[in-house]
Design a binder for this molecule. Structure first.
Ligand code: NI
Length: 251
């Protein structure tokens, strides 16, 4: 069930039998000269929606499509939340979902730059309950889509060189598989982009002039993207099922 395409009575009924929900979460940020700005929210959305098509008992929230991308702000089109805004927004999403009875909230993330802030948000949320010596009525989980079992290994096997850290051929391929009429091409110079630390936006633009870090997205293809999606979908279904079935001690 995709929440944006469901009615409230359908969601009401769903919560009675299945209290787990997947929230695709990412970022709208530059992805090199050919990558779509939506890459980091499109990838988890593509995988979660494909999983829902495979198994309708999976409940998927609207995609949280703006994240923490301050370091990409020197490139046009990037939209970023500062960490504190991002934390406040995630907290309100969790409160809204929890209010209606979702008890297992699984964030499927597509942007490495979100990880620290999402983890800090989980700690903030849990702290509210820990201070009053009560158990929260929900548990939270963060999983990067590339960390789903088997996916990273597959990406490294498909792209043994030039995978890199940003605008990777894996993520570009996943978007190409889902949106083949949006594929863009460019002459990459150098073929494999430089690597280095991530700091502020001007430093980033100076170090990584076309936006890529360590990657050669020219290796991407829709076929390779489909291979990655086909590996990620069953891995996601299995991981969410295990999270939903997890026994919570003391409750
Ligand atoms: Ni990305």
């Amino acid at each position: 069930m995709l929440i944006p395409f469901a009615s409230w009575p359908e969601i009401d009924a769903r919560i009675k039998t299945n209290k787990a929900i997947v929230v695709p979460i990412g970022s709208n940020e530059q992805h090199g000269p050919t990558g779509l700005l939506g890459t980091d929210w499109l990838c988890p959305e593509i995988i979660a929606h494909a999983a829902e098509r495979r198994d309708e008992s999976l409940t998927v929230a609207p995609t949280f499509n703006i994240g923490m991308a301050q370091h990409h702000l020197a490139f046009a089109g990037t939209i970023s939340l500062r960490p504190s805004t991002f934390m406040a927004a995630i907290t309100d999403w969790v409160s809204s979902l929890s209010r209606h009875g979702f008890e297992r909230i699984y964030f499927l993330n597509g942007h490495g730059g979100n990880v620290a802030t999402i983890e800090a948000t989980f700690a903030e949320i849990y702290a509210e309950w820990s201070f009053v010596e009560e158990a929260p009525p929900f548990v939270l989980k963060l999983k990067n889509w590339w960390d789903l079992p088997g996916v990273n290994a597959l990406c490294n096997a498909i792209f043994p060189t030039g995978h890199g850290m940003h605008a990777t051929p894996s993520e570009i391929a996943v978007t190409q598989a889902a949106y083949p009429d949006r594929i863009k091409t460019a002459d990459y110079a150098p073929k494999i982009a430089p690597s280095g630390p991530i700091r502020d936006a001007l430093d980033y633009r100076a170090r990584f002039p076309d936006g890529r870090i360590g990657s050669d997205p020219g290796q991407a293809s829709p076929e390779k993207g489909q291979q990655i999606i086909d590996a990620a979908v069953p891995a996601l279904l299995k991981d969410v099922a295990a999270f939903a079935a997890e026994v919570l001690p003391g409750r």
